[in-house]
Write a protein that binds this ligand. Structure first.
Ligand code: R5P
Length: 298
């Protein structure tokens, strides 16, 4: 029996190596570089004909990653790979899932349709499913949306004394409720109004009764950090302790990480769906289970 051939797109080597070990697979290599005009050159260095390929490519900063990924997937098919799957621990373009203003692109649909044409299956972790019930609403291939909540709960139970979990907005309730349940901790959810990309207002919560607890902010994504930063300000005003900030996906746009630290986060912890110095929660085994479910065995 031959295990899958794992191909890491740039920046995904550590995860691909770890998956090779868990899946009894092999590492394959692609030569990937840019021509002087910015176009992409890609060549498989290993024979892929007849192999079950797993492309490993987390999709933060997706615009620069998307074309190389499509070239890798379509070339593998052209070279007669038996199957081409994608492990994208962070799945981009999930948040613009409806037209908020006339004329806007619903990018989640366009992105999903494009990707579905080039891969046979997809494994990801906690995609931002807010108004959609599942990935199958937009992806035309089998897709596993894995849940990191039990891993977040275990981290909190092992590292935080007397936690009170805090969801910064209604959208975060699905994560925070699940994490709180497993961690056997109380939780509250705040109300958020987003006035612009970097302009967020969070309601003052009834937090006084939790003053002796350690606040733990839980969200699926930290992008600009504004949601967590705004929440930290309100907790401080209410006399709460500096919070531990936990997110599944640490996207950290621009200076978000420094800004969040400067805002008074006691600790910032993310999972390794996106490689970052805050990674403290390992989702590799979860992803390996997802790959076992979807990748053909031969
Ligand atoms: C909202 O829909 C998400 O759950 C996060 O709260 C949001 O994406 C965080 O974004 P930012 O860090 O830019 O405030």
């Amino acid at each position: 029996m031959t295990g899958p051939l794992l191909i890491a797109l740039p920046g995904n080597d550590a995860l691909a190596d770890a998956l090779v070990r868990l899946l009894d697979g092999e590492r394959g290599r692609v030569e990937l570089r840019s021509f002087p005009d910015g176009e992409t050159y890609l060549r498989y260095e290993d024979a892929v004909a007849g192999r079950n390929l797993v492309l490993v490519c987390t999709l933060d900063r997706p615009n620069e990653k998307f074309l190389p990924l499509l070239f890798a997937a379509s070339t593998a098919r052209a070279l007669s790979a038996a199957s081409v799957g994608l492990v994208a621990p962070y799945l981009a373009y999930m948040r613009q899932d409806k037209q908020f203003k006339p004329g806007e692109a619903v990018t989640s649909t366009v992105f999903a349709e494009s990707l579905s044409r080039h891969v046979d299956w997809l494994v990801t972790v906690d995609p931002h499913l807010h108004r959609r019930s599942g990935l199958d609403e937009i992806y035309g291939v089998p897709a596993a949306a894995l849940h990191a909540a039990p891993l977040l709960s275990a981290w909190i139970a092992a590292n935080v004394t007397q936690p009170i979990l805090i969801g910064p907005d209604g959208e975060s309730e699905q994560w925070v409720a699940a994490v709180a349940c497993d961690a056997k901790a109380p939780y509250v959810v705040l109300e958020k109004t987003r006035r612009g990309d970097r302009d967020v207002i969070v309601s003052v919560p009834e937090v006084e009764r939790w003053r002796n607890h350690t606040p733990v902010l839980v969200d699926d994504i930290v992008s600009t950090g504004r949601t967590m930063i705004e929440t930290i300000g309100h907790l401080a005003a209410a006399g709460m302790k500096p919070p531990v900030c936990i997110a599944v996906h640490g996207v950290f746009a621009d200076r978000a990480f420094q800004d969040l630290r400067d805002a008074g986060a006691a600790r910032i912890v993310t999972s390794n769906t996106i490689a970052h110095e805050t990674n403290g929660i390992d989702v590799t085994a979860l992803i390996a289970d997802g790959v076992r479910r979807l990748s053909p065995r031969r």
